[in-house]
Structure formats: structure tokens, C-alpha cells
Design a protein around this ligand. Structure first.
Ligand SMILES: [Zn+2]
Length: 257
């Protein structure tokens, strides 16, 4: 089975920047059969709302990973939608032209239902790249968690922007109701990351979204790759479905081959 991991943080709160650590991670991934990793950046190093300078620093570090291992890492451009249209467009353009980044990553600066998201949608359209949105079911969270986009918020974003591909992160975090929120929206792709596997959940996502709309992601180093891999490889799924989830869906979405 060929495998691409669509959700990784090789640099995490500053750790993992040294070349030896990067090389070790590539070896570790290859040992598990993971042939490419999508690097989303060290998203929370400066808190939930990094400024322009901090974003440039984080995206440059992510770009350096790609330069060290161009055949292994693929970067996404980390943005803060609250900085407005000029800053969003400027940093997206810089990341796409300087590094060839293939997507946009959003964390918890704001909620996916906020009006400022239109700037990110403009960037995604302009550069023809998908947007990976942090998502987590917030029904049992307090009101201070409003910037953790609930699957309903991320689904609403996809519904309002049918021409933009949205990766709804964290299948285990969005859970069964998250899958149902994404159902019927062909421009939503759910990644398998977020917490440890829950028996039957990957199968449930495939049943309701189709195997074409589920992507393998680990959220390393927060989660162990081998465990997340087991949730797909050991799932009650056809070999074709596993191949789509582990490899071909992400390869197609990011136009990798
Ligand atoms: Zn993550």
C-alpha cells in the first residue's frame, strides 16, 4: 500500500527543527511505509492568533523542511484570517511562489463561520489549493471554545464555497455527527486524525461520505503514526477504499503525481 499522511506537524512547539531530527522523522515515516507527509506547520507556537511576522517565520521553517527533503515533505501555508485580505493574500502568494506549498492550513484564530474567512476562500481560489480547517465537535465544550470550528461550522463554509476544497480535520474529534454534517458536500474531505482510533468510525465515514472523501492523517507528533495507520489498514474496508484513503485521494487533491 502506498501511503501519504495529509496531517503532520514535524516541528512542534519548536522541537524537531534540527536537521538530524528531520532526517530521523523521514526515516521513521519511511519505515512505516509513509512515502510523503503534508507538513502543516508549528501552528500554536505563538498562540492562537499569530501576527504577520510570526506566520512568516513559521511558514519559512516549514519551507525549510521541504528544501531539506523535497521528495518527502509538502508544505501548507499557515494563515490567520483575522489579519485581513491584504495579509492573507500576501502570505499565501509568498508561500505558493517561494515554496510551492499546496494548501492552506487554518487553526483556531477564528471560527470557520466568521466573515473574515472570505479572504482565505479568495486565496484558495486564486492559487487553486485546498484549505485544511481545524475542526472538533464543540457540543460538550464551554463557550470559550467558540474558535474551535465545530463540524457544522466547517460544513457551512464548504456549503457557501462549493468551488473550494475543504479538508475537515480530525475525524475522531468531529465524530459521528461531524460525518453527518459533511455528508452530501462533495468538496469536503475528512482526515482521519484526532485522538486515538474509535472502532467503526473510519468505516462510518466511508459509508456516509464515500471512500473518495476520506484522507489518511495522523497529527504527528501528537499521535502515533502506527496506531492511526492501524485504524485504516485494520478497518473493515475494501482494498480499493484503503488505497483511496491512504494514498490516491490526497495525491489527486494536491495534484502530486
Ligand atoms: Zn494538527
Amino acid at each position: 500500500m502506498r501511503i501519504i499522511d495529509v496531517h503532520t506537524h514535524p516541528i512542534f512547539f519548536g522541537d524537531g527543527r534540527k536537521e538530524t531530527a528531520v532526517n530521523q522523522l523521514v526515516t521513521h515515516g519511511r519505515t512505516l511505509g509513509i512515502e510523503r507527509m503534508i507538513a502543516l506547520g508549528d501552528v500554536l507556537r505563538y498562540g492562537a492568533r499569530p501576527d504577520e511576522k510570526q506566520l512568516v517565520k513559521l511558514n519559512n521553517e516549514n519551507g525549510r523542511l521541504q528544501q531539506l527533503h523535497p521528495d518527502y515533505f509538502i508544505g501548507f501555508c499557515y494563515l490567520n484570517p483575522l489579519l485581513g485580505e491584504r495579509a492573507v493574500m500576501k502570505e499565501a502568494e509568498r508561500c505558493v511562489t517561494k515554496f510551492g506549498f499546496k494548501g492552506i492550513k487554518l487553526e483556531i484564530a477564528n471560527n470557520a463561520s466568521d466573515p473574515c474567512m472570505r479572504h482565505v476562500m479568495k486565496a484558495a481560489r486564486t492559487f487553486n489549493i485546498p484549505v485544511l480547517q481545524h475542526s472538533w465537535s464543540t457540543v460538550n465544550m464551554g463557550p470559550d471554545m467558540k474558535d474551535h470550528s465545530d463540524p457544522d461550522d466547517t460544513a457551512g463554509l464548504a456549503r457557501r464555497n462549493p468551488d473550494v476544497n475543504i479538508i475537515m480535520a480530525h475525524l475522531v474529534g468531529i465524530g459521528y455527527r461531524g460525518v453527518l454534517a459533511a455528508k452530501g458536500l462533495p468538496n469536503i474531505f475528512v482526515d482521519t486524525s484526532g485522538a486515538y482510533p474509535e472502532d467503526g468510525l473510519v468505516e462510518y465515514a466511508v459509508e456516509h461520505l464515500g471512500a473518495d472523501n476520506v484522507l489518511f492523517g495522523t497529527d504527528l507528533p501528537i499521535r502515533e503514526c502506527s496506531v492511526k495507520l492501524g485504524s485504516v489498514l485494520g478497518g473493515r474496508l475494501s482494498a480499493t477504499a484503503k488505497h483511496k484513503i491512504l494514498f490516491s485521494n490526497t495525491a489527486r487533491l494536491l495534484q502530486l503525481y
